[in-house]
Design a binder for this molecule. Sequence first.
Ligand code: PGA
Length: 249
Amino acid sequence: MKRYFIAANWKMNKTIGETKEFLDSFLPMVKDVSGTEVVLAPPFTSLDAAFQKVKGTNVQLSAQDLFWEDKGAYTGEISVAMLLDAGCRHVIIGHSERRQHFGDNDDAVNRKIKAAKKAGLGVIFCVGESLEQREAGKTFDVIRSETEKGLEGVTDENLVVAYEPIWAIGTGKTATTEQAQEVHAFIRKILEDSYGNKAGSIRIIYGGSVTPENVDSLMVCRDVDGALVGGASLKPESFSRIVNFKKEM
Ligand code: PGA
């Protein structure tokens, strides 16, 4: 039986007060969810407040990024130990917005994944092609390159890989179920080449304009094991509907 993984990526949204308000509504809505890991990635400033609410519940916390050094003169950065201390069980690494606006290249992504894995933090590793790359027929090359470079030397297969086509993020354009399934199956193959049978335990989740309206059809795809949700995760009603997706169409 598949164990789904559905995470909310709040990006730069919600104050501490708004985080608490969200959780007061959301937690009762998802308390009976089974067979799906439910994860919330608020901004750093809301982690502690969120942890106070989610501890002892079926909702886990994730950070949106980290820096790979243990400590020191790195103004503005957050270490793995700090994230563990704040109650995080996971961290998103390699999100396209980090790659695009903050210069996170494949090498930085790889260092971040290694630092997280070394400390036992779960990784949600994002890959995805741009519209230009898709239209130029380069989708599979980009996915292979990002996946292989990001995971170079990473021996722990306890990972979640998020396929997030950049053209579908925040645009309202979702990949069709065929497009998602095709890339997910391709990623599965790359992971099998590196991790053999153990690749079966790696969840491959889809991100990019996931909504309550399209989640059911995406989740029935054979190689889609969950979702990474931005915009539609900001309202308790809509994210809880996504988490409570219908398994049978
Ligand atoms: P979106 O964002 O759901 O708003 O498209 C997804 C993401 O960037 O993780």
